[in-house]
Design a protein around this ligand. Structure first.
Ligand code: ZN
Length: 231
């Protein structure tokens, strides 16, 4: 499903899957953001890349928002195709080891561990397929959660993973799951406070629907929710 010019939802809610995965068309290559849980999500990703005419381009990078299984389960398989994997501090190590930071215990199966080619830090700019993704480290939901910020056609697009989801109304937020081994309530609230200061037009989260306008309102509402729920 095309969301914006050059941005596609390739797996997720409209296809009957819980975790979202996005594709961004860059210069002569595609960048994926998260990659779903299992082979069914991967089949949806491949089908949609084909449908939207992106399958002829190489996938240059897989940008991982955080280590959780439902966002990273296909990283190992995709990396074998030749792309570079990218993840935040701590979570990169969890994915490479396949340890409990992937929340494998929530799925009752072993995680397909995947080497991470590029570990990004707060403030990094990741250049992929001719696109510049700003990296913002927002620990809490996991220790190495990162946001990827991209400016396309003068719109600020924020890939928020599970740190902030869009609520039932497009200016409302939902917060992420609190069952991870490295979940940190205080850090999460600090991250939400920081995010409430960010400008964003578009919020593309790890679950649920997108917000395509005034995305900063979702971030502000997320901090309000955090103040009520996380203290
Ligand atoms: Zn998560």
């Amino acid at each position: 499903m095309q969301i914006l010019k050059d941005i596609y939802l390739v797996s997720g809610l409209p296809y009957g899957f819980h975790p979202n995965a996005y594709a961004v068309k860059g210069r002569n290559a595609v960048v994926l953001i998260d990659c779903g849980l299992d082979e069914r999500d991967l089949a949806a990703i491949d089908t949609n890349l084909q449908y939207w005419g992106l399958a002829d381009l190489p996938i240059s990078h897989l940008l991982i928002t955080h280590a959780h299984f439902d966002h990273t389960g296909n990283a190992f398989t995709l990396r074998k195709r030749g792309l570079l994997t990218v993840a935040g501090p701590g979570d990169a190590e969890g994915i490479a080891r396949g340890d409990d930071r992937t929340i494998r215990y929530a799925y009752g199966q072993s995680f397909p561990a995947c080497d991470i080619d590029i570990t990004v830090q707060d403030g990094d700019v990741l250049n992929a397929a001719g696109l510049a993704f700003d990296v913002i480290h927002v620990p809490g939901h996991s220790s190495g959660c990162v946001l990827y910020r991209l400016v396309l056609d003068k719109r600020v697009i924020l890939f928020t993973g599970d740190v902030v989801h869009v609520g039932e109304k497009s200016d409302m937020a939902r917060l992420g799951w609190n069952g991870a081994v490295d979940y940190d309530r205080a850090a999460y609230l600090c991250s939400l406070q920081r995010m409430a200061q960010l400008h964003a037009d578009v919020i593309l989260a790890g679950h649920y629907q997108p917000c395509l306008q005034d995305g900063y309102k979702v971030l502000q509402n997320a901090y309000m929710r955090g103040l009520m729920e996380l203290r």
